[in-house]
Write a protein that binds this ligand. Structure first.
Ligand SMILES: Cc1ncc(COP(=O)(O)O)c(C=O)c1O
Length: 481
């Protein structure tokens, strides 16, 4: 093990470079890890701050580390993977879901606690907020023990709806009316209510491709048809393609994640979100926007939901605390000034109201400032995990493998060599104790045969390293077969 030796003739800054380099080479410092601050390193190595600075600048010149404004120095990715290809344009008709049996098996994998969980998008578990949520729940139980056991109102606890409206103001600078928010059982029920409010059996719903499989299951479950709209891996929905789809088919609603999508992890640029709203107004088509990841951009920028970007009233925004705080609480919301009465009626019909104790707890969690502080810690943790996973993929997967470049969230979308079948990889991975999400379930027409989605939304461990390495080896074998 290297250490700084002041008797040695080698310049001290060179010794610091070797020390850091050795730590990177042996994997003690991994891509995405933050280096000790200049002051800390100077104290621990017993050298001056200018010496450490000189070493870090040289390491940066060698492209082994990078500086990030206001944050410090970080170990760089060694491998830069090429970005996934744009999703091919959909020349097919609207279709029903074509992969139900595979979807069942994927959920079996997701629900199996013994597997390394690379198949489930569960970002908040990368840095659980358990302690603070527990403290909020204890406060609620001591203040409102009996009340919290009762029914919440149909639209949900007013203090929580106020906090959600405040959060939109505080983060995106927009005004949401608490009275136009309905608390739901997670984002999934918000999507169900939204879809039921605006479309019925046989209607055509446009989705981005690839898209979140839960949306496809909903569309299928309600007897509707999905038509896919091409996306670009860096900017999301391709608007000219959307226009063509709207001209070709009687689309009742579009279900898009414009702020941060799953599985691509892209944010549509604001000018495109504004144009999207104009196009949908022109065609009088409803937008159901899935905003459950909107708070999870790595850079902390909070994209403004399309709801607030124009005059089109026929928009329902669906949010959730599942991705940011506690999926088990099952608390999400639907926001729409225009559709709120339909939403209220459907919420009452489907589930009366949502869990009261969880709503009160989350209201306290937000009001105390703990939620905002938690998001501040969660985002960089997710970014570090994303970088680690991308670097491992670069090292261990075949060189033709391409990956998405997510700007937030907790998943990477991988394009594997063309002859690798993701369903086969999924089966092999399950047998090896790893869950993954095969590409086929992200398209109603099963078009992503050689794609897979990997999650980095859990505390990173040696098991994660081993699982990604194993997948890389298996993909290489399948590619050669
Ligand atoms: C894009 C997207 N929307 C909605 C949901 C559902 O969220 P919830 O767990 O709050 O129901 C998920 C969950 O994976 C998701 O990825």
């Amino acid at each position: 093990m290297l250490s700084i030796d002041k008797q040695d003739d080698t310049y001290l800054y060179r010794q610091v470079i070797d020390l850091i380099g050795e730590n990177i080479d042996t994997g003690t410092l991994r891509p995405g890890d933050r280096l000790p601050s200049l002051r800390k390193m100077s104290q621990s190595a017993g050298v001056s701050i200018p010496t450490v600075r000189q070493a870090y600048i040289e390491l940066e010149r060698q492209r082994r580390i990078e500086s990030r404004p206001q944050s410090g120095f970080y170990v760089r990715h060694r491998a830069i993977n090429p970005i996934v290809s744009p999703a091919p344009s959909s020349d097919g008709q609207p279709v029903c879901l074509n992969c139900r049996p595979l979807m069942e098996r994927v959920y079996e994998g997701i629900n199996n606690p013994n597997l390394v969980p690379l198949g489930i998008a569960n970002p908040c578990m990368a840095k659980p907020a358990a302690k603070n949520l527990h403290r909020s729940m204890k406060r609620i139980m001591s203040r409102a023990e009996e009340r919290s056991l009762g029914y919440a109102s149909t639209l949900g606890e007013p203090s929580l709806r106020r906090q959600i409206a405040y959060h939109y103001l505080d983060t995106a600078g927009v005004q949401a009316q608490p009275d136009h928010i309905a608390i739901t059982n997670g984002g999934q029920e918000a999507l169900l209510i939204a879809l039921s409010a605006v479309a019925s059996t046989g209607d055509v719903i446009a989705v981005e491709t690839p898209t979140y499989h839960g949306m496809l299951e909903l569309i299928d479950g309600l007897g509707m048809l999905a038509v896919e709209v091409e996306t670009c891996p860096e900017e999301g929905v391709v608007l000219d393609e959307l226009r063509r789809t709207l001209e070709a088919y009687p689309v009742k609603a579009c279900m898009f994640s414009t702020t941060l999508s799953n599985p691509l992890g892209v944010t549509m640029p604001e000018r495109d979100r504004r144009r999207l709203v104009q196009i949908l107004e022109e065609f009088d088509t409803v937008l159901i926007e899935d905003d459950v990841y909107g708070d999870l951009r790595f850079d902390g920028y909070r994209p403004i939901p399309a709801q607030f970007l124009g005059d089109h009233a026929r928009i329902i925004t669906c949010g959730s605390f599942s991705k940011t705080a506690a999926p088990g609480y099952r608390v999400g919301w639907a926001y729409s000034p225009h559709f709120i009465e339909d939403i209220r009626r459907l919420k009452r019909a489907f589930s009366c109201s949502s869990g009261f104790l969880q709503q009160l707890t989350l209201a306290d969690f937000l009001a105390s400032g703990d939620y905002a502080r938690h998001l501040k810690m969660l985002r960089p943790e997710l970014q570090r995990n994303a970088e680690r996973m991308a670097a491992l993929i670069g090292e261990h997967f075949p060189s033709e493998t391409r990956t998405s470049k997510p700007v937030g969230g907790s998943v990477l979308w991988l394009e594997l060599p063309e002859n690798v079948n993701a369903e086969e990889l999924f089966d092999d991975a399950i047998a090896a104790g790893i869950s993954v999400a095969p590409g086929q379930i992200f398209s109603p027409a099963n078009r992503y045969d050689n794609f897979v989605r990997l999650s980095f939304g859990h505390p990173w461990s040696d098991k994660t390293d081993d699982a990604v390495r194993w997948l890389g080896r298996r993909v290489s074998e399948l590619a050669k077969a």
